[in-house]
Design a protein around this ligand. Structure first.
Ligand code: NAP
Length: 283
């Protein structure tokens, strides 16, 4: 039976635990500290944060206080939209490492492909940003580098000048939006797909088909959705600030959703929101 410390292997050989713990909208301070500590106690070994979440300091403190050897953990953070470009990326990455209190991260991601400020020249800005990220990778300050919310055309453009291809693409991904086109693109390019908002930021939990399937397997709706993601081969990143939910969300390895129930879940497209189109966001 698989477990929270089981891993997939990225193209560069780095191991990534099959479930990550999300921290978006988890306030810095006690809430972030306690939830990350609870996750680590519950057996999660993969933590997902971002400069934008404003909680890197508490996440880093919880990691340190957990006493778990650094090499057993997988920590991701992300470059925010204000900081694209070679010099700004270097500054922003240094600040993230300082706030986390770490001398390396396991994965550094470009959070969005074309922030409003850079939308007229996103190809050039991403190429410069990526150059800085390749340096972090070569210097061992980021064990893997990747992107988030990138569509195929954004990755294709990046690959025109990249010396190192992205290893991960983190996407809004759950039964309400399976993002099939970009997931297939990731697979074709050996890019691992991470599934953010696996519970649809909570919006999928009350859907009747999800509730019915949960009842059938004697599991919670959250467990069904996380297991669905796992069975599709994605790396789900569930977030919670409640210890009981945190434990429950990591406990999805002792059952299997059958084919017909997987198909029912696959059929929930659009029922609880869709991925934001990066080309039309106002941020
Ligand atoms: N790259 C990006 O652009 C991006 C964007 C969004 C998210 N993410 C990442 O993905 C992570 C997860 O996505 P998300 O934050 O949108 O939300 P999510 O994991 O889809 O859902 C979280 C919500 O579900 C609730 N919940 C969690 N487990 C539950 C359970 N067992 N029973 C009932 N309710 C439960 C949480 O409540 P409580 O917190 O109150 O417990 C919270 O309201 C983020 O935290 C972040 O790390 C990345």
């Amino acid at each position: 039976m698989a477990g929270l410390s089981d891993t997939f292997t990225l193209t560069n050989g780095v191991k990534i635990p099959v479930i990550g713990f999300g921290t978006w909208q988890t306030p810095d301070g006690d809430v972030a500290y306690n939830s990350v500590l609870s996750a680590l106690k519950a057996g999660y070994r993969h933590i997902d944060t971002a400069a934008y979440y404003g909680n890197e300091e508490s996440v880093g403190k919880a990691i340190k206080d957990s006493g778990i050897p650094r090499k057993e953990l997988f920590v991701t953070t992300k470059l925010w939209n204000d900081d694209h470009g070679y010099e700004k990326t270097k500054m922003a990455f240094g600040k993230s490492l300082d706030r986390l209190g770490l001398d390396y991260v396991d994965l550094y991601l470009i959070h969005w492909p074309n922030p409003k400020e850079f939308r007229s020249n996103w190809q050039k800005t991403n190429a410069e940003t990526w150059k800085a990220m390749e340096e972090f990778y070569r210097e061992g300050q980021a064990k893997a580098i990747g992107v988030s919310n990138f569509r195929a055309k954004h990755i294709d453009a990046l690959l025109e000048t990249a010396e190192i291809a992205p290893m991960v693409n983190q996407l809004f991904l759950n039964p309400s939006d399976m993002e099939t086109g970009i997931v297939d693109f990731n697979d074709d390019h050996d890019i691992l797909t991470e599934a953010y908002s696996p519970l649809g930021t909570g919006n999928l939990l009350k859907l009747q088909p999800v509730q019915e399937i949960a009842k059938k397997y004697n599991k919670s709706a959250a467990q069904i959705l996380i297991r669905w993601s796992f069975q599709h081969g994605f790396v789900p990143l569930p977030k919670s600030t409640h210890e009981e939910y945190i434990k429950q969300n990591g406990d999805i390895f002792d059952f299997e959703i059958d084919k017909s129930d997987m198909q029912t879940l696959d059929g929930l497209q659009g029922k609880a929101g869709l991925a934001i189109d990066p080309d039309t966001t106002d941020f």
